[in-house]
Write a protein that binds this ligand. Structure first.
Ligand code: UD1
Length: 362
C-alpha cells in the first residue's frame, strides 16, 4: 500500500526551488481535465498553488474523478462540462475565466480505434485544438501546452529518439492527428501572442500512489497496462499480446512506459518555463519518457513479479497501426525543465494495480 511518507511522492528540494516561481501563475485551464493525465496534472498544479479550471465533454471520463483530486489537494476545481468542438461555448468559457495558460489534453487517443473511425479522430482532435487555441489567443493567454505523443515519430529506425529525430509518416490516424496538431501550432503560434510547448509522451501508465485517482475511462480501455490490470482482476478472461514476430529481443513490441505522476510534474514545469519567459523560442518540444525500452512481454513479467499474480495471456496477430519499437532520449526535458522522472516499470505496475483494486471495491 502507498505510504504518504513515501519520499517519491514529494518533490525534491531542487523541484521546490523551481516551484517557487509558480505563485506567479494565476490561473491555468486544463482541457480534458477529468481524463487520465489531465486529472493527475490538476493535482500537481494545485499542489504548487496554481488555480485550475477544468474543461471536459465527459465522453471518456467521469466528472466524479475531481472528487479524488479534491480529496488529495483539499482545493476545489471549477469544472466546465463542454465540448471544445463547440467554438461558441469554448469562447464563452475563455471570456469568463481569462486563464493565463492552457494545457490542452482533450482528445481521442486510441490507436486501434482511430483506424476504425478516422474522421471522428480528425474532427474531434483538430477542431477542439483550433477552437481552444483561437479562444486562448483572443483572451490574452500567454502559454499553450499541447499534449502530443511519441507517435509523431512514426516507425523509427532506431531508438532512443531525440526531439531532432526526423518524423516518419505516422502509423495511425491518431498519430496523424498529433502530427497535424503540432503543425497547426507551429504555423499559428506567432500570431497568437502565446508561447507553446509540445510534450511528446511515450507510454503513460500507472496511477497516483495514494490510490485515489487513476485511469478510469468510460470506454473499454485499450492500452496495455489497464488491459493487464483488468485481466488480473477478472474483468477480462485473458490478455492478447498483439504479435510476437517483431524484430525485437523477444518478438513483442518495445515501448517506454512513463508514470502518469512524472508526466503530470512535467506539465507544471513546462507551464512555469513558458509563463515565466525562460524560453527564448516560441515553440519548445520535449520528449517525456524514461528512456528505457520495455517489451510487452517484459511489461507483463513486471506486473507478475510486482504483484505475485499470474496473468492469463495469449499471443495473437499484430495490431494495425502499431510501431515496432520506440523509446526516448529525454535529456532535453531533464536539462531545460529540470524534469527527473522518479518511477520505473515496477512502480507503474504496483500503482496501476492498487488503483484497479481500489476502484473495484464498491
Ligand atoms: C500509443 C502512443 C502513445 C500514446 C498512446 C495513446 C506510440 C508508439 N505510442 O501508444 O504515445 O500515448 O498511443 O493511446 O504510438 N498491446 C497488447 N495487447 C493489448 C494492448 C496493447 O499487446 O491488449 C501492445 C500493443 O500492441 C503495443 C503495446 O502493447 O505494442 C502498447 O500499446 P498501447 O498501450 O495501446 O499504447 P501504444 O499504442 O504504444
Amino acid at each position: 500500500m502507498f505510504d504518504l511518507r513515501d519520499i517519491r511522492f514529494f518533490r525534491t528540494a531542487k523541484y521546490s526551488i523551481i516551484a517557487s516561481n509558480f505563485t506567479q501563475i494565476m490561473k491555468i485551464l486544463v482541457t480534458g481535465g477529468t481524463g487520465y493525465i489531465g486529472s493527475h496534472t490538476i493535482v500537481d498544479l494545485q499542489t504548487h498553488g496554481i488555480e485550475v479550471i477544468s474543461a471536459d465533454n465527459g465522453i471518456n471520463s467521469e466528472a466524479s474523478v475531481l472528487e479524488g483530486v479534491e480529496a488529495l489537494t483539499h482545493k476545489k476545481v471549477k469544472h466546465y462540462n463542454i465540448d471544445l468542438c463547440d467554438s461558441a461555448a469554448t469562447r464563452k468559457m475563455f471570456e469568463a475565466e481569462k486563464p493565463d495558460g492552457v494545457i490542452h489534453f482533450a482528445a481521442l487517443k486510441a490507436v486501434g480505434e482511430s483506424m476504425e473511425i478516422p474522421l471522428e479522430y480528425f474532427r474531434n482532435n483538430l477542431l477542439s485544438l483550433i477552437n481552444t487555441m483561437d479562444a486562448a489567443a483572443q483572451n490574452g493567454c500567454k502559454a499553450f501546452v499541447f499534449s502530443s505523443s511519441c507517435t509523431v515519430y512514426g516507425n523509427v529506425e532506431k531508438s532512443p529518439v531525440t526531439e531532432d529525430t526526423p518524423l516518419q509518416p505516422a502509423a495511425s490516424a491518431y498519430g496523424r492527428t498529433k502530427q497535424m496538431g503540432e503543425t497547426i501550432i507551429m504555423d499559428a503560434i506567432a500570431k497568437t501572442g502565446m508561447k507553446a510547448a509540445l510534450l511528446r509522451y511515450f507510454n503513460p501508465a500507472g496511477a497516483h500512489p495514494s490510490g485515489l485517482i487513476g485511469e478510469s475511462p468510460r470506454q473499454t480501455p485499450q492500452n496495455l497496462v489497464p488491459v493487464i490490470t483488468e485481466t488480473a482482476i477478472g474483468k477480462r478472461a485473458s490478455l492478447q499480446v498483439f504479435g510476437n514476430d517483431y524484430p525485437t529481443r523477444d518478438g513483442s513490441c518495445i515501448r517506454d512506459f512513463v508514470h502518469v505522476c512524472d508526466l503530470a510534474a512535467a506539465h507544471t514545469l513546462a507551464m512555469d518555463y513558458l509563463i515565466n519567459n525562460r524560453s527564448e523560442d516560441l515553440i519548445s518540444i520535449f520528449n517525456l519518457g524514461i528512456g528505457q525500452g520495455v517489451t510487452v512481454l517484459e511489461a507483463i513479467a513486471a506486473f507478475e513479479s510486482t504483484t505475485g499474480m499470474k496473468l492469463n495471456y495469449s499471443i495473437t496477430a499484430r495490431r494495425e497501426g502499431d510501431v515496432v519499437a520506440i523509446y526516448s532520449d529525454y535529456t532535453k526535458a531533464q536539462k531545460v525543465l529540470n524534469w527527473n522522472p522518479k518511477y520505473n516499470i515496477e512502480d507503474i505496475m504496483k500503482t496501476a494495480w492498487q488503483w484497479e483494486v481500489n476502484r473495484n471495491k464498491n
